[in-house]
Design a protein around this ligand. Structure first.
Ligand SMILES: Nc1ncnc2c1ncn2[C@@H]1O[C@H](COP(=O)(O)OP(=O)(O)OP(=O)(O)O)[C@@H](O)[C@H]1O
Ligand SMILES: [Mg+2]
Length: 214
């Protein structure tokens, strides 16, 4: 069974971004997507993660044709089955760190994973207001929040963009271990080729499509 299958995806706004994108992910597999700024990486990630219907093609999540589902079904998948780490992390600014993470726990019914909080090194910030944290700290809170939901597929849009090399590698380890342990999958957008190489597949987004890296 595939967790995610992209079939002939094409998308354009004012001009064509990409066409004929095909790939699939099974449990325990990961895909990194590289590409120049503006090539459509975030757009492709949004299409695969329930947020944007493609102009052409189909997305199958858990072998179900996503954009043929009712709006209610799509919302259910978004809420329970996928975890999206956004390029700009949408945390609730006026709330405390633990309240932001707890929100995901309430939605999913999972208890707070104290080990995860510790490994992401945000334990000491649990009682801080989000607005008082640095960009990298906020990024790690948003990762904790997403993983707390126990999603079957993680979509991560430059999740290590604000982090130093060592912390970035630690976050990458956490994501890959999660995928292995939970039989989940990961679609990762990054500019960091060192991290990208650690995924099962590494591809480059071009106007012509998604090309395998050597
Ligand atoms: N909702 C939208 N309406 C119109 N144009 C859009 C929309 N979303 C994205 N675009 C355009 O599509 C192009 C691709 O954007 P996208 O965010 O997918 O690129 P990206 O590869 O993620 O870039 P970066 O590496 O800078 O994050 C950009 O030129 C952007 O302006
Ligand atoms: Mg982007």
């Amino acid at each position: 069974m595939h967790l995610l299958r992209a079939e002939n995806l094409s998308h354009s706004f004012e001009y064509e971004l990409f066409k004929d994108v095909n790939f699939s992910l099974k449990p325990k597999e990961s895909l990194s997507v590289l590409g120049v700024s503006g090539s459509g990486k975030s757009t492709l990630l949004h299409i695969c993660s329930t947020l944007l219907k493609p102009k052409v093609g189909n997305v199958f999540l858990f072998d179900k044709n996503l954009y043929r589902c009712s709006y209610g079904e799509i919302l259910h998948v978004r809420r329970f089955d996928v975890g999206i780490i956004f390029q700009s992390h949408y945390l609730f600014k006026g709330f405390l760190t633990y309240e932001n993470i707890e929100l995901a726990n309430v939605i999913s019914g999972n208890p707070l994973d104290k080990e995860l909080v510790k490994r992401l090194k945000i334990e000491q910030f649990m009682n801080y207001k989000i607005g008082d944290l640095s960009g990298g700290q906020q990024q790690r809170v948003s990762i904790a929040r997403v993983l707390s939901k126990k999603p079957k597929i993680i979509f991560a849009d430059e999740p290590t963009g604000n982090l130093d090399d060592k912390t970035a590698q630690e976050v990458m380890d956490i994501l890959l271990e999660y995928v292995e342990k939970e039989d989940a999958a990961l679609m990762l957008v990054t500019h960091n080729t060192h991290l990208a190489k650690q995924c099962t597949y590494m591809k480059h987004l071009h106007v012509g499509g998604l090309i395998e890296e050597n």
